[in-house]
Write a protein that binds this ligand. Structure first.
Ligand code: IDP
Ligand code: MG
Length: 195
């Protein structure tokens, strides 16, 4: 069956072999361009931080989230599961520190592992906000991640950066640059490099 934009999924061969001694930069993939058109170099580099929160991880929603972003056509450039340190959460939510729900928010985000990801693609910041839906689950539209999986604002499953500047700040907070890869479009043959 043809995949996205008529590309056969069987043609994707990006996985590194278990014995590959080199870091990601050594990998060459026969990856078709997932985009239906070519753009300038600037827009392809937009990145955002997406994190499945502890309730989403506990409810086994990580796979669904990844699938939605992959199917939309975005590119995963970093991912890790971690128990978020309180220092990271404090900086991440610094704008909310005076809100009455802030202590509960930090407790919630510390209550289990999160899966943090960096996704790349055209307008990925704005698109991912639309994909996750309204902060308040009661307002989140069906079809959005929060609209499909969450019933309360205090357990809303997922985070996504809300601006390009915020995304840059959050990516630097959650990831070392060595933990991210770059997908270099080499026409029919793409390769991935350490960022
Ligand atoms: P966002 O996650 O949609 O960007 P923000 O306003 O940045 O929303 O709030 C960050 C997180 O804080 C929310 O996702 C939610 O988990 C929590 N939060 C926001 N407002 C409330 C509230 O009124 N009660 C409880 N938790 C809240
Ligand atoms: Mg926010």
């Amino acid at each position: 069956m043809g995949g996205l934009f008529g590309v056969r999924a069987a043609g994707l061969r990006c996985a590194r072999g278990p014995r590959d001694p080199e870091p990601a930069r050594a990998v060459r993939c026969q990856c078709p361009d997932p985009l239906p058109f070519k753009g300038g170099p600037s827009w392809t580099r937009e990145r955002t931080l997406v994190a499945v929160k502890p309730d989403g991880v506990q409810r086994r929603l990580v796979g669904d989230v990844i699938q939605r972003f992959e199917r939309r056509g975005f590119t995963l450039v970093g991912m890790k599961m971690l128990q978020a340190p309180e220092s990271v959460l404090a900086e991440h939510y610094q704008d909310l520190r005076r809100k009455p729900f802030y202590p509960a928010l930090i407790r919630y985000m510390s209550s289990g592992p999160v899966v943090a990801m960096v996704w790349e693609g055209y307008n990925v910041v704005r698109a991912s906000r639309a994909m996750i839906g309204h902060t308040d689950s009661a307002e989140a539209a069906p079809g959005t991640i929060r609209g499909d999986f969450s019933v309360h604002i205090s357990r809303n499953v997922i985070h996504a950066s809300d601006s390009v500047e915020g995304a840059q700040r959050e990516i630097q907070l959650w990831f070392q640059s060595s933990e991210l890869v770059s997908w270099a479009d080499g026409g029919q043959h793409s390769s991935i490099h350490s960022a």
